[in-house]
Design a protein around this ligand. Structure first.
Ligand code: GLC
Length: 441
C-alpha cells in the first residue's frame, strides 16, 4: 500500500509526458512544415511586371533582362507586350491604375507621361533614391522629362529625337546638297522624282495618333510656331505659324512629293516605305537607322541623317522623345523594382542595349563611347540633336491636349476641315482644357 501511491503518481506523470511528447511531435511537424513553406516561398523569385510596346520588347528580352536576371536570381522580369503606339499603351496603364491595384510594378514611360502619372499619384517619388551627381551623367532634357513639380518620378533609359533621313547616294548622283529648308526638301524631291531616281520624295507620320503630334511639333518649330507654352499656358495653335506648318504638310501630298497614304502612316509604315527604296526622305526616330542599314536592306549604306528642315532664317526642330522607368505606387515589390531600375539605367546595361538595338542612350558619355561610335558613327552628332530637342508641353493634361491636336490636325490634313477652322477649334478646346486644369489647382 505504501509504495502504490508513488507508483500511480509516476504512472500519471509518465502518461502526461507521453501525451505531451506526442503533442510535441505534432507541434514540431506543423512548425517544421510552416517553416519549410516559408523557406520555399522566400526562395521563390519575385516577379516584376513591365508593359511595353511589342517592338521594344524584343531587344529587352534578348539582352538586358537576361543579364539582370542572371545577376539577381531572386527577381524575374515579366514583359507584357502591348500595342505599338504610345497613346494606346498609355491608355492601358491608365485604366489599370484607375481600376485600382495595377498589375504593373515597373512603368516603362514615354517622356510625355510623367506629369499626368505623377499628378494622379500613381508613381513612387524617386527623388531621394538618386544623387544629383548620379543624375548629372544623363542628358539634362531626359532628366527634365522625368520631373513633376520638382520631384523625380522617372529615370531615363533611352533618349529619342526626331530627325531627317535622306538618301545620300541619290542626292550625290543628282548633285544636291542635303536640304536645309522646307523649300529645298520640296525642290530636291521633285527633281529626283522627275529624274525617276525616286518614286516619292518625302514620307512622314500622318495618322491620327501621338506620332502625328511629335512630327508636327518639329515642323511647327521650323516655322517658329508653338503649341502650348508650359510656363504661361499660352496656346499658339491658331497663329499664322501653325497654319504655315499645316500648309507645308498638305503641299507635300498635293504636289505629289508624299504619297497620299502618309495620312494613315505610323512610324513603321514610313520606315518600311523608305527602306524599300521608294522615297528619298523620311522623318523618323533614330531606331530606323540600324534597320535601314541591316544586311538585307536595299538601302544599306546609302542613308544619312540630319536635323529637320526649317523655314529660312529659323532653326531646325527635333521633338524630344524617349523612354524611362518609374515604379507604380501600388507595387508590392518597390525595393526589387528599384534594383531593376538601377541596373537598366546603369552604364553597363545601357551600353549593351545600345550596341544590340541601336537605341539612343540617355547617358551623355555613351554618345562618344568608342565602341558605340565604331558601330553608329552618327551618335556624336545625335547628342547635339537631343540636347536641343523640343519637349512636348510637360503639363498634367498632356494626353487630352494631344488628343485635341491629333483630332483637328488629322481633320485638316485629310481635308475634312479647313486648317483655319480646325486650328481655331483646337486652340479653343485646348484653352478650355488648360483653364479647367487651373481651376482644379
Ligand atoms: C517614340 C518616342 C516617343 C513618342 C513616340 C510617338 O517612341 O520615343 O517619345 O511619343 O515615338 O510615336
Amino acid at each position: 500500500m505504501l509504495y502504490r501511491q508513488p507508483l500511480n503518481q509516476r504512472q500519471k506523470i509518465l502518461k502526461k509526458l507521453g501525451l505531451l511528447g506526442r503533442f510535441g511531435v505534432i507541434f514540431s511537424i506543423v512548425l517544421g512544415s510552416i517553416l519549410l513553406a516559408w523557406i520555399v516561398m522566400a526562395q521563390q523569385p519575385v516577379t516584376l511586371n513591365l508593359l511595353m510596346t511589342a517592338p521594344d520588347a524584343q531587344p529587352w528580352k534578348q539582352g538586358i533582362i537576361k543579364d539582370f536576371e542572371a545577376q539577381n536570381p531572386g527577381i524575374r522580369i515579366n514583359i507584357i507586350e502591348g500595342p505599338n503606339a504610345t497613346n494606346l499603351l498609355e491608355d492601358l496603364y491608365t485604366s489599370a491604375f484607375i481600376l485600382g491595384e495595377s498589375p504593373y510594378d515597373l512603368i516603362n514611360m514615354d517622356v510625355i507621361w510623367t506629369p499626368k502619372f505623377a499628378a494622379a499619384g500613381w508613381l513612387l517619388d524617386l527623388t531621394d533614391k538618386i544623387s544629383k551627381e548620379e543624375l548629372a551623367a544623363f542628358s539634362p532634357k531626359d532628366v527634365e522629362g522625368g520631373r513633376y513639380e520638382d520631384r523625380l518620378y522617372r529615370i531615363p533609359v533611352r533618349s529619342d529625337a526626331g530627325m531627317l533621313y535622306y538618301r545620300k547616294d541619290l542626292l550625290e548622283e543628282a548633285g544636291f546638297q542635303p536640304p536645309e529648308t522646307f523649300e529645298d526638301l520640296m525642290k530636291i524631291s521633285k527633281a529626283l522624282q522627275q529624274q525617276k531616281k525616286a518614286n516619292w520624295g518625302y514620307v512622314w507620320q500622318g495618322r491620327q495618333y501621338e506620332g502625328l503630334v511629335a512630327m508636327f511639333v518639329e515642323v511647327l518649330e521650323g516655322f517658329n510656331g508653338f503649341w502650348v507654352n508650359s510656363d504661361t499656358l499660352e496656346v499658339g495653335l491658331d497663329r499664322p505659324e501653325t497654319l504655315n506648318a499645316i500648309a507645308f504638310l498638305k503641299d507635300t501630298v498635293k504636289e505629289g512629293v508624299s504619297p497620299p497614304g502618309v495620312t494613315t502612316y505610323q512610324e513603321e509604315e514610313t520606315r518600311r516605305f523608305f527602306q524599300s527604296g521608294q522615297a528619298a526622305f523620311l522623318r523618323s526616330w533614330p531606331y530606323a537607322y540600324p534597320l535601314a542599314n541591316e544586311p538585307t536592306s536595299p538601302i544599306k549604306g546609302k542613308v544619312a541623317i540630319k536635323p529637320m528642315v526649317h523655314a529660312p532664317g529659323q532653326s531646325a526642330g527635333a521633338c524630344l522623345g524617349g523612354w524611362g522607368l518609374g515604379i507604380a505606387k501600388s507595387s508590392k515589390h518597390p525595393e526589387e523594382a528599384w534594383k531593376a531600375i538601377k541596373y537598366f539605367t546603369s552604364r553597363e546595361a545601357q551600353r549593351r542595349f545600345i550596341l544590340n538595338a541601336g537605341y539612343v542612350p540617355s547617358r551623355k558619355e555613351l554618345f562618344t563611347d568608342p565602341e558605340i561610335v565604331a558601330k553608329y558613327g552618327h551618335y556624336p552628332q545625335l547628342l547635339e540633336v537631343v540636347d536641343s530637342a523640343v519637349l512636348r508641353p510637360p503639363i498634367a493634361q498632356y494626353a487630352q491636349a494631344s488628343d485635341i491636336l491629333q483630332r483637328y490636325l488629322s481633320a485638316a490634313l485629310t481635308n475634312r476641315m479647313t486648317p483655319e477652322q480646325a486650328m481655331k477649334s483646337a486652340a479653343d478646346e485646348t484653352r478650355r482644357l488648360l483653364k479647367a486644369g487651373q481651376a482644379k489647382i
